[in-house]
Design a binder for this molecule. Structure first.
Ligand code: NAG
Ligand code: NAG
Ligand code: NAG
Length: 602
């Protein structure tokens, strides 16, 4: 072989090696984009990749909505106190102190990130082509649906995921679309307070907190003022559904006589952060009035420490009902208590109030809701059940659901915030319980709602060995029991998986808090199983039955697939400084809000 060729090959090999080691490998997915901002430059400091560079921020101007929600003349103006407390500078450390991964381990994580990003990218490109500025893409037919007022729910919900994945062109293209959203018009006559708060307001605040782009702040204020108009009621409690045109007139709205407790209980983080970034206390003051009602009633309920699933904000009655759960309908009421404490800091009485409410419910749930199921192995897991309080006292029903799976991560967070090893330990067992449920089924994915067998005896945290005949007896007592279910599961009452995030949410938090690589490996197993079960031509769809292989899918993809599920998967394999839990607290739609006065550079 002639010398010159050899040298040529050597040069090529060196060049290829250089490319292999020094080019940003995460950014390998080709996206169609109209901006020239590209992916963030790779600096010497790893964090620089995520840093907001003001000279690199496109000049996008927001178009004002057709109605100015700040001009509503309230018949019942909400109180303007309490004022936002001054934020603290010292906080308990939340995340594990991570050391850099060894090169081979880092390479595996990088491949995993690329794979998550590939799945996200397919769905995003389909959303752009088939459903741009609509609320949701239908992932089988390629149609779209507007179920959240038609303000581009999927787009707003995905903004911060785009940012975290380093997709800056896509991010700013979406911000340009956000600039044209008209919060003065709605496709439906009533606006759902809860969904609008967690998806739109939460999504805009987080995207602003990450990028600092003013368009996002302005649109967050518009939607914040729209939600604030829902507090224009006789007793200052928010309505669950805002009658859109009535609210504009300012003559007052009527509070519903019964709502699920999560609805009024899931405004605190968004309104507190909105007050923090605008300097306007009115949002914080309004939501404080709601949380005072919950504080007042906490120890007076049938299960002291917890609130019933249904409450009446019209009567300010949060004590009467007898059904208790941390699952659907109640979940984020509980979730926001430790998180509000984290967002406010601990120096002030109002923040201390959130800590007391948080600790009080956490102790009550450990005693009354969590159980160690009877399963064939000896895994030390806990499952969150439901509790009904009847004449003969509290009765634990060993029924759980995917929505409850956030609770493991929340206890782990509480363990760090309140310096409690017990909460952290319980949190790890609860998160392992959901991971156990995932890998018990042939698809590797857990069903939406199911029952597990309860151990005999009154100590629901105690281990009991597997017993065929007592399992058979429990299963027989359940009309929904099917013979093909894995041992231990007496039902899969709702066998679907609808792309929900809660299990991976807890796995992510446990990974960041403990640093135990088991969590990251578990995350990867879950990711592979979920993608295999849900992938469609356009994106990913809900599966009708995870208890069997090859079940049909439903033409349905909630915006939380991109906003939460894929974000949590991505963060499990990302640099542990990306959205550090010491710098951010995440709302119930996985939107990170920056903790005031934290020193993070990006
Ligand atoms: C509120 O009242 C002011 C002064 O009367 C008026 O200019 C404004 O248009 C009113 N706002 C709305 C939304 O009707
Ligand atoms: C409720 O009970 C807990 C202790 O179980 C206590 O710390 C808390 O202050 C009580 N809350 C109220 C509002 O009295
Ligand atoms: C299994 O449970 C049954 C009651 O359902 C009990 O009679 C039996 O002794 C148990 N077997 C073992 C090995 O504990």
């Amino acid at each position: 072989m002639p010398r010159i060729r050899t040298r040529h090959i050597t040069v090529c090999a060196v060049l290829l090696l250089w490319i292999y080691f020094f080019l940003p490998r995460d950014e390998a997915i080709p996206f169609i984009s109209s901006y020239g901002y590209g992916t963030p430059r790779r600096g010497t400091d790893a964090l620089a990749r995520y840093m907001n560079d003001p000279t690199n921020m496109p000049d996008i101007v927001a178009r004002k909505s057709s109605f100015d929600w700040s001009s509503v003349n309230f018949t019942y103006p909400p109180p303007l106190t309490p004022k936002l407390p001054a934020s603290v500078t010292k906080r308990p450390r939340i995340q594990h102190r991570f050391k850099p991964d060894a090169r081979d381990v880092a390479e595996i994580q990088s491949q995993r990130r690329r794979e998550v990003k590939r799945v996200f990218g397919r769905a995003w490109v389909s959303y752009k082509r088939q459903a741009w500025k609509k609320d949701a893409l239908k992932p089988i037919s390629g149609n779209y649906v507007d179920q959240f007022s038609g303000w581009a729910a999927t787009l707003v919900d995905s903004l911060d995921t785009l940012w975290m994945m380093g997709l800056r062109d896509e991010f700013y293209e979406a911000v340009e679309a956000v600039a044209t959203i008209d919060f003065g018009q709605s496709t439906a006559a009533t606006v759902n307070t809860f969904e609008t708060c967690i998806r739109y307001l939460g999504g805009l605040i987080a995207a602003y907190d990450l990028s600092g782009h003013e368009v996002l702040k302005m649109k967050a204020i518009e939607v914040g003022d729209l939600l604030y108009a829902g507090f224009n009621t006789e007793n200052g409690m928010p309505v669950d559904f805002i009658l859109f045109e009535t609210a504009k007139k300012g003559s007052g709205l009527r509070v519903e006589s019964q709502v699920v407790s999560a609805s009024p209980g899931t405004i605190t983080l968004e309104f507190t952060r909105l007050s923090q970034i605008t300097g306007d206390d009115k949002y914080y003051a309004a939501v404080s009035g709601v949380m005072d009602v919950f504080h007042e009633g906490q120890n007076k309920t049938k299960l002291p420490g917890m609130w019933p699933m249904y409450v009446s904000m019209h009567d300010q009655d949060v004590v009467t009902g007898n059904q208790f759960t941390i699952g659907g309908n109640a979940d984020s009421l509980y979730e926001y208590l430790p998180k509000a404490h984290a967002l406010l800091g601990s120096a002030d009485a109002s923040s201390a109030k959130y800590e007391v409410m948080a600790r009080t419910f956490m102790d009550a749930a450990i005693k009354n809701l969590f159980f160690r199921p009877m399963i064939p192995g000896d895994e030390d897991i806990l499952i969150s059940g439901n509790c009904d309080v009847l004449a003969d006292g509290p009765r634990l029903d060993p029924e759980s659901e995917h929505l409850s799976c956030f609770i493991g991560g929340l206890y782990a967070l509480g363990g760090r915030l309140f310096n409690s090893d017990e909460y952290l330990d319980v949190g790890a067992k609860l998160a392992r319980g959901c991971a156990y449920a995932y890998h018990s089924f042939p698809t590797g994915v857990m069903p939406e709602r199911y029952n597990l067998a309860l151990c005999p005896g009154s100590d629901h945290h105690a281990f009991c060995p597997w017993n065929d005949s007592s399992f058979a007896a429990e299963a027989l007592a359940r009309p929904e029991h099917k013979a093909h279910l894995p041992k231990g599961f007496t039902t899969a009452k709702d066998p679907r998986y609808i792309l929900r995030p809660e299990a991976i949410e807890s796995v992510f938090i446990l990974w960041r808090i403990t640093g135990d690589p088991w969590w990251r490996e578990t995350a990867w197993e879950m990711f592979e199983a979920v993608v295999l079960a849900t992938e469609t031509e356009y994106a990913n769809a809900a599966v009708l039955d995870v208890t069997v292989l090859g079940a049909k899918k439903e033409d349905y993809m909630e915006s939380f697939w991109l906003a939460e599920t894929l974000k949590y998967f991505y963060l499990c394999f990302a640099d542990t400084d990306l959205i550090s839990l010491d710098d951010f607290v995440l709302n119930t739609e996985a939107h990170p809000f920056r903790l005031p006065k934290t020193k993070s550079k990006w």
